[in-house]
Design a protein around this ligand. Structure first.
Ligand code: PMP
Length: 296
């Protein structure tokens, strides 16, 4: 996949520069230790023009992630949001995935960062896991213990765990992995949160061992507006397999149904499931379908 070409512009420390010409310091602390923080955001081509979905929430999480791992954050949210809209228009992108990254300067010691950089890039990207239901498996990898890492921070180095789990799942012929936490409860997918449906209600793991996703929060909002019962509750791999249906949610994955876990196929067809109702509402929400003419 080509993420950029000779013309692509990125935002780098306050300036718009060509992606192909931008460089980084090979002695940077982020490159060596995974000590960087990032976001994954989407923009949609709505009837009101290209709109970044939940821009405030994503840039607030970027700041919170930096604070949690002591990376300085000398940036102003409104300026970053403006810069992101400029990146979209300069690159003529309407539907796009946006990747802000805060990374540290040269420092080979294991001390907190002093010098930081920010880059924002964007590219056209379809649904991360496709738009069909996926086949998932329970991973042999666990999510990192929250006593070892700042689980609520979106830190680059944490994603080695995600890469291990995804590659294991794919090497076994599955589309995606589901990871348990260190107590054996279902936690999340490598880059998405999980909901299961059981007896007409939804369950999702509580905060503590997961990245509390912005899409997960949007699912709660949709459930409130549709009066769908949803609870944050621990459940096991056995509960996951004996559910009626299940889905993943995340900015990149959006809402995607799970057809099976290991070899257990869910009894509810996707179109009968609550996940499918939520998927439809999510699609309408991001393109502001019910909000035509409202400029936010
Ligand atoms: N969990 C993990 C580990 C993730 O990487 C992501 C993607 N950011 C999510 C959950 C979903 O978060 P969001 O809905 O904010 O994209």
């Amino acid at each position: 996949m080509n993420y950029y070409n000779d013309q692509t512009l990125i935002y780098l420390n306050g300036e718009f520069v060509k992606a192909a010409k931008a460089t980084t310091d090979l002695y940077g602390q982020s490159l060596h230790y995974g000590y960087a923080v990032f976001e994954g955001i989407r923009a949609y081509n709505t009837q009101n023009g290209p709109r970044i979905f939940k821009a405030d929430e994503h840039y607030e999480r970027l700041k919170k992630s930096c604070e949690l791992v002591h990376i300085p954050y000398p940036f102003i949210k409104e300026e970053l949001i403006d810069a992101t809209y400029s990146i979209l228009s300069k690159n003529k992108l309407k539907d796009a995935y946006i990747r802000p990254l805060v990374y540290c300067g040269p420092n080979m010691s294991l001390t907190r960062a002093e010098q930081v950089n920010i880059m924002i890039c964007a590219w056209e990207w379809g649904a991360y896991l496709g738009d069909k239901q996926i086949r998932a498996c329970v991973s042999s990898f666990e999510r990192p213990n929250p006593k070892s890492i700042m689980v609520e921070a979106k830190v680059s180095g944490h994603y080695v765990n995600s890469i291990m789990a995804t590659s294991e799942a794919k090497s076994k012929g599955f589309d995606e992995a589901i990871l348990l936490d260190m107590k054996g409860f279902v936690a999340e997918a490598p880059g998405a949160n999980i909901f299961i449906e059981k007896d007409g209600r939804l369950l999702t793991p509580p905060k503590g061992n997961i990245l509390p996703g912005i899409t997960r929060e949007t699912v709660f909002e949709i459930c409130r507006s549709l009066e769908i019962e949803v609870a944050e509750q621990h459940f096991t791999a056995e509960d996951l397999k004996s559910a009626d249906s299940a889905f993943l949610c995340g900015t990149a994955a959006e809402i995607i149904g799970i057809a099976s876990i290991d070899d257990e196929i869910y009894p509810l067809s996707w179109h009968e499931s609550l996940g499918s109702v939520i998927q439809q509402h999510y699609k309408n929400l991001v393109i502001e379908k019910d909000n035509f003419g409202v400029i936010i």
